[in-house]
Write a protein that binds this ligand. Structure first.
Ligand SMILES: [Fe+2]
Length: 272
């Protein structure tokens, strides 16, 4: 099955066709949702805080998460002034990520597509930087809602792609319509904490052959909105020089219960 990518007009109008496609398939991809310059700025900011192995970064929109995950870098800074600069830069970066978590365009698109009010719950950067220790980590088929455990499709994942991504450099694969199963039984496994020889993600314990799996090959600036119950995974990045950075922003319907999670510590950040 070919991946259908939708173009949004300047006003980001959501049409009946968009709503129908999302409800039917459990996902939708919009091209031109964010400018290349914005994507570049987000990437430049967060890449500064990446570890030498380019481990994923959880919740960079929160200063305490960003600082605690870049502590190895911080420890190497000797001068007081340089330490202050590092913390100032971390503050700017977490502010920038939070502004995208509650970006007006996202609010508009989510609310019109799903006809519900949302709040941001967490953010996550998954690098797959070419030729690094964690680049080869492909995620096994899983539902993001196995972590947040919200009812009735109230958990939504959105992914902003920083680079052109293909099967070769670790794109996502999706099982369209699998969201209609609701939250399925799964086996817990390492995700954020997965080591470089482990395939991260809670395991969906059944055969997925009945679904038409698609490889979600997308371009820089493309924006995926996905029902939290849609089963998906990703390939490892085995290319020598093509990095695949991806920013994940996750949302839940306002007022609905969610599991905060021990590591992710999901919490509501409201759109202004
Ligand atoms: Fe996922």
């Amino acid at each position: 099955m070919k991946v259908k990518i939708f173009l949004l007009n300047k006003k980001l109008n959501i049409t009946k066709e968009h709503i129908k496609f999302y409800n039917q398939n459990g996902y939708i991809v919009f091209r031109n949702m964010f400018k290349k310059s914005e994507v570049h700025t987000l990437d430049k900011n967060i890449s500064y805080f990446a570890s030498k192995d380019w481990h994923n970064i959880m919740n960079p929109d929160r200063l305490e998460f960003l600082l605690s995950q870049s502590n190895d870098k911080f420890k190497k800074i000797k001068k007081l002034l340089d330490r202050i600069k590092f913390i100032e830069k971390a503050t700017e970066t977490s502010d920038l990520f939070r502004s995208y978590l509650v970006d007006k365009r996202v609010k508009n698109v989510l609310e019109k597509l799903l006809i519900k009010k949302f709040a941001g719950l967490m953010t996550h950067v998954i690098f797959k930087h070419a030729n690094t220790k964690y680049a080869k980590l492909g995620w096994v088929p899983h539902q993001d809602n196995s972590y947040a455990q919200m009812k009735e499709g109230a958990y939504v994942t959105t992914n902003l792609f920083i680079h052109r991504n293909t099967k070769e450099n670790g794109c996502l694969y999706l099982f369209p319509e699998s969201h209609k199963l609701g939250l399925v039984n799964f086996k817990q496994y390492f995700s954020y904490h997965a080591k470089s020889d482990q395939k991260p993600g809670n395991r969906v314990g059944f055969d997925l052959k009945k679904f038409n799996k698609i490889d979600l090959e997308t371009k820089a600036g493309d924006y995926l909105i996905m029902n939290g119950n849609l089963i998906h995974g990703s390939y490892g990045n085995f290319s020598k020089n093509l990095s695949r950075h991806m920013l994940s922003f996750n949302y839940g319907v306002v007022g609905k219960k969610f599991n905060p999670g021990i590591t992710a510590k999901r919490r509501s950040t409201h759109f202004s």
